[in-house]
Design a protein. Structure first.
Ligand code: HEM
Ligand code: NAG
Ligand code: NAG
Ligand code: NAG
Length: 362
């Protein structure tokens, strides 16, 4: 209870408007890792963040470093309040001067296309969340290559892989957005990661994970067989696959909760159209409840790997925690997603935060 209370207090302080010197001032506080978060993150730093001294960190570098460290007292992985207002129309000189300005126009267009008439997030949004995983998730710490570099769409042979089936709708939309926004400076890797975060925030109850731009693109296909989409893996194999991406078991459990919104088509074509919980298009915790249930509702299709993960002894307690606590899960999902979204980025410290462009969570 006490930990939650302290954490809520800091939520207010952690918004980007607040000077980071204020937050960085108390070193012993900034270095403190909350016991709950520590178990859920590897605490491993990536790329340039593992060598740059704190004094050399940009605001985005400092934020991402503390998210990777699980340092929730200093940085909230979500920002539920900051709203970015464009200083001028698209293509005006005022707008061109600010990195986030074009992203405000992009995120608004994305958010509009991610909701259906009933206010739920639609198929395009679901595919956008999955696409963010499928671009970034090809990175491997031990073998290199892949990562959040846009290659899932820029390299036609990568998109054609079995792993990437059922992403056609978002692939076509992203190609159109790329044609529209590339001349204004947006890169594919950022469109994909921004798309995933906007999509999650567009779902009712969805998290508002912190969003960063500035990634480089690559048209080199990622090495194959880096994604788990066969959905038949056992839990230990999945944990090992994610560990090779520096993602902890806790982060895996948090990320796979994205299946709260999903509807499978190809894993079992005979059950095409069946959702992974009874409320697809809503970012609730029913996925955790129903995957772990001894009596899941009719029509809910559980992937064998999701079921295995929910029953994996080292994951069970956290699975149940998420089932019962939307706010805890949203924070953990956001932290894990920020981590995922910078895999393979060479100079994380060069990124810029544009969370304010996201829709306010629904
Ligand atoms: C842990 C291992 C994972 C496995 C085995 C897995 C597997 C799958 C499979 C088989 C589908 C259905 C594709 C189809 O037939 O239409 C799917 C859908 C989806 N996955 Fe995963 N996934 C995993 C993790 C993740 C992660 C980490 C994310 C995002 C952070 C994610 C997001 C999604 C979303 C949003 C959909 C729904 C797409 C739609 O409704 O069109 N998945 N996943
Ligand atoms: C920093 O925070 C710690 C723990 O809350 C506190 O004991 C200490 O006095 C603080 N130091 C400064 C310089 O404010
Ligand atoms: C799911 O939720 C129902 C209703 O709140 C509850 O009775 C059940 O124990 C939950 N199951 C799991 C596995 O969390
Ligand atoms: C993108 O590539 C350029 C040139 O190699 C490099 O200077 C820059 O730091 C890279 N950006 C990121 C975010 O890694």
């Amino acid at each position: 209870m006490k930990i939650r209370y302290v954490f809520l207090l800091f939520l207010g302080l952690a918004s980007p408007g607040v000077s980071r010197t204020l937050l960085g001032m108390n070193k012993s506080l900034a270095g403190e890792i909350s016991p709950a978060a520590a178990k859920r993150q590897t605490g491993e730093l990536l790329a340039d963040l593992s060598t740059l001294p704190d004094a050399a960190l940009s605001p985005a570098g400092w934020t991402i470093k503390n998210i990777l460290l699980g340092n929730r007292a200093a940085v909230s992985p979500q920002d539920l309040t900051t709203v970015y207002t464009a200083p001028g129309p698209l293509d005006s000189s005022e707008c061109r001067r600010e990195t986030c300005c074009v992203w405000k126009y992009i995120a608004d267009a994305m958010a509009t296309s991610f909701r259906d008439g009933a206010g739920r997030c639609n198929e395009l949004a679901r595919q956008a969340v999955r696409l963010g995983f499928h671009d970034a998730g090809t990175w491997s710490k031990s073998a290199g290559g892949g990562g959040a570099d846009g290659s899932v769409l820029l390299a036609p042979s990568e998109l054609a892989r079995d792993d990437n089936r059922a992403l056609e709708v978002v692939a076509a939309q992203m190609a159109a957005w790329y044609a529209e926004w590339r001349p204004r400076g947006a890169r594919m890797a950022d469109l994909i990661q921004m798309g995933a975060v906007v999509a999650a925030a567009s779902c009712p109850l969805g998290p508002r994970a912190r969003a960063f731009v500035g990634r480089n693109d690559s048209a080199t296909p990622a090495p194959p067989d880096r994604l788990p989409s066969a959905a038949n893996s056992d839990a230990a194999a999945l944990a090992a696959l994610f560990a090779d991406k520096t993602l902890s078991l806790g982060e895996l459990v948090a990320l796979v909760g994205a299946h709260t919104t999903s509807v499978q088509r190809f894993f079992d074509p005979l059950a095409a159209g069946s959702p992974q919980d009874s409320t697809p298009g809503v970012w609730d915790t029913l996925y955790y409840n129903q995957t772990a249930s001894s009596d899941p509702p009719q029509g809910v299709f559980r992937f064998p790997s999701d079921l295995a993960l929910s029953q994996y002894p080292p994951a069970r307690e956290l699975w149940q925690t998420f089932a019962n606590a939307q706010a805890v899960w949203n924070d953990d999902f956001a932290a894990a997603y920020v981590h995922l979204s910078v895999l393979g980025v060479e100079h994380i410290n060069d990124l810029t935060e544009c969370t304010g462009v996201l829709p306010l969570s629904g």
